[in-house]
Design a protein around this ligand. Structure first.
Ligand code: HEC
Ligand code: HEC
Length: 313
């Protein structure tokens, strides 16, 4: 009996030492590195590409990377939950050292798909990945990053380095992983089919589903419709003051947007206006870069998905 107890205490000692060792390892190593593949790619910076890239980036990148002067030099992201640490976005201007002027098109493309920097460092979920955005849309964003837009003019200004918490480092060791680089081309949808176009925007291009499903913890980025509470709202998002603004239920249930006319829906999505005339709060930004045809496509698509009963307070 005594002997067994002794063995148990020795074993417990070993387990605790290993755990402490593991924790110290995670603390010191930080966010893990992975192998990156070299993607051969040269994007033509045509006016058409830049215009479309800017349009998409205005809805996907700018709110996180723009400093107060509108230049994309990075800033403290006050809407990232405190548990993840003090998180700063980066300078993504054309500056060769401080920005991404020295990166190849392939390196940017690889990062946007997988979340891996050219040095192999993994970017945690506070920098989103774009696994379902069409190849040509991503290339347009890269063309825009290479353009002479004033927001991207080379700037030395730099936000401080992020200080990810132990929790972030731990989760990046056991749970969050880079996304696989797509094996097949991802094509733009047929814009003559409203439902197909709407689905592309909701699941892929703008990823409305990510904010509008139950929780970031249970969303499925590669197969969005498998996310818990797909488009049913209630995701506890934060505004810039760190207060919770739950996302809205955008299924056609009566507790969601069942009563919305197409025009009311356009007013909400493009202009940030609620049915009662009040404005929608951050982080729901007005998606004015979407055309009416695109928003009508979203409206048509949302009518085809399962309704969810969820009255968001
Ligand atoms: C929700 C906020 C958010 C959005 C939206 C966002 N980013 Fe980021 N991005 C970040 C943060 C935060 C980091 C830095 C993460 C870190 O410190 O580890 C980052 C890092 C990067 C980097 C790496 C820069 C470097 O020097 O390592 C690039 C490139 C980048 N983002 C480009 C983009 C582009 C292009 C878009 C739009 C398609 C975009 N980001 C959208 C938050 C965001
Ligand atoms: C960054 C997160 C985020 C993204 C991305 C986002 N939304 Fe929202 N959305 C919200 C939040 C939060 C609210 C609730 C705002 C409020 O209550 O003031 C909201 C509200 C709405 C509403 C208003 C519903 C109502 O009850 O009046 C609609 C409609 C909507 N979003 C549609 C969309 C569509 C379509 C997209 C994609 C094109 C989208 N949202 C992308 C966070 C987001």
């Amino acid at each position: 009996m005594k002997l067994t107890l002794k063995w148990i205490s020795i074993l417990l000692g070993i387990v605790l030492t290993l755990m402490a060792g593991g924790a110290a390892f995670i603390f010191v190593r930080g966010i893990p590195n992975y192998e990156v593949n070299n993607i051969e790619m040269k994007v033509d910076v045509t006016p058409e590409r830049v215009t479309n890239g800017q349009r998409i980036a205005s809805m996907l990148c700018i709110q996180c990377h723009a400093a107060d002067d509108g230049v994309l030099t990075g800033k403290l992201l006050k809407d990232v939950p405190k548990e993840f640490g003090a998180i700063y976005s980066k300078n993504i201007t054309s500056h060769r050292d401080k920005g991404i002027g020295n990166w190849t098109d392939g390196q940017i493309y690889y990062l946007l798909r997988t979340g891996l920097r050219p040095n192999g460092q993994y970017l945690p979920p506070y920098m989103p990945k774009f696994p379902l955005v069409a190849d040509e849309d991503l290339k347009d964003i890269i063309a825009w990053l290479r353009s002479d837009s004033p927001a991207l003019a080379a700037s030395e200004q730099e936000a401080p380095e992020s200080e990810p918490s132990f929790l972030t480092k731990f989760l990046c060791t056991v749970a969050f992983k880079p996304l696989p680089f797509p094996e097949k081309p991802i094509l733009r949808p047929d814009t003559n089919d409203a439902v197909v176009l709407g689905k592309y925007i909701v699941d892929g291009q703008i990823a409305c589903f990510a904010c509008h499903s139950k929780d970031f913890k249970t969303m499925n980025v590669l197969e969005p419709t498998k996310s818990e509470g797909y488009c049913g709202g209630g995701n506890p998002l934060l505004n810039m003051a760190g207060a919770v603004v739950p996302s809205a239920n955008i299924t056609f249930d009566e507790t969601g947007i069942g009563g919305y006319t197409e025009q009311q829906f356009i007013d909400a999505v493009k202009h940030g206006k609620k049915r009662d005339g009040t404005m929608l709060r951050y982080p729901m930004i007005p998606h004015s870069g979407l055309s009416d045809t695109e928003v009508k496509g979203i409206y048509a698509y949302l009518q085809t998905i399962p309704k969810i009963k969820n009255k968001v307070q």
